[in-house]
Design a protein around this ligand. Structure first.
Ligand code: FE2
Length: 297
């Protein structure tokens, strides 16, 4: 079996011009729970063991401030840093004790596209809450826009030790554990955040969460449907600050025997955008939202 130096996608740091509104949304509607506030940053957990899955920062604009991964061993910091610098990243902060509430040891890099990537080891975890179908358990994936998908995918493979799982015409899917993908790289004219996906326990939870969002005035932006690569059920929404977020479930579990397929395989029949044929074509305002959130400088 492949040994992955990065073992999980843990959390995202989001910048918001309206911290109060964003916090209320993620707590009261999206289904997260505040676990800490420190230095003006609000930390929100899901029902799983991760200390937090979202950290909200007050910011002049809506932006992706960081993506945080967990590493297997403390000795992986050096390897990741060396390989990442060779592949065009810059070091923001070498591995050191993390003063934030999630603790452990942390290292920060800037990817060649300008995305801040953070790596933690020995971070604080919680007892998992009892699983509830309608609440997110953890992050499932981040989808990042790239002006050069193959180059960015190669960075995740050669710098961070991910493996390519599938490649469609528009996207590369890379994994760091048995989930079909933890990161998706989407072809775009600008680098930035496409969307963040949260794992629900079952597809029943995707539906129940979607109902809660509709009740709160947030219509489904795209879906419900079942994706091709990864086979996961999805429903997309747009948060109060314009960030595209996804409830997902049933992500395909893979191992070294998985056969990587390319763009010629991942083709939809005319008129379809999901396996079931339920999801309507994506609306223009949703496509625009998936291009509107940049990386923090
Ligand atoms: Fe997604």
């Amino acid at each position: 079996m492949t040994r992955f130096p990065v073992t999980a996608l843990r959390s995202v740091d989001l910048g918001t011009p309206d911290l109060g509104r964003s916090e209320a949304f993620y707590r009261d509607v999206w289904g997260l729970e505040r676990v800490a506030t420190a230095d003006g940053v609000v930390y929100l957990r899901a029902t799983g063991r991760d200390h937090h899955v979202v950290a909200l920062h007050r910011s002049d604009r809506t932006e992706l401030k960081a993506v945080t991964f967990r590493v297997a061993e403390a000795t992986d910091f050096d390897t990741i840093a060396r390989n990442a610098l060779q592949q065009g990243a810059t070091l923001i902060a070498a591995a050191a004790s993390n003063p934030a509430p999630d603790g452990g040891v942390i290292m920060s890099l800037r990817s060649p596209e300008g995305c801040t990537l953070r790596f933690v080891h020995g971070d604080v975890t919680h007892e998992a809450r009892p699983s509830r179908p309608e609440l997110p358990e953890r992050l499932a994936h981040v989808n990042l826009n790239s002006t050069d998908v193959d180059r960015t995918a190669a960075f995740y493979e050669h710098a961070l030790g991910f493996k390519l799982t599938d490649r469609s015409a528009a996207m590369a899917f890379v994994r760091c554990n048995s989930d079909h993908h933890a990161v998706v790289i989407a072809s775009a004219k600008v680098n930035g955040l496409n969307h963040v996906a949260f794992l629900m326990p079952t597809w029943e939870g995707v539906m129940r969460g979607s109902g809660r969002m509709i009740d709160a005035g947030y219509p489904i932006a795209w879906g419900v449907g079942r994706h091709g690569p990864g086979d996961n059920v999805f429903a997309y929404f747009i948060d109060p600050q314009g960030i595209v977020i996804e409830y997902t479930a049933e992500v395909l579990q893979v191992d070294d025997d998985y056969v990587v397929r390319g763009p010629e395989h991942w083709v939809w029949p005319p008129g379809r955008t999901d396996q079931w044929g339920i999801a309507p074509p994506k609306a223009e305002h949703v496509k625009a939202a998936q291009l509107a959130v940049g990386f923090a400088a």
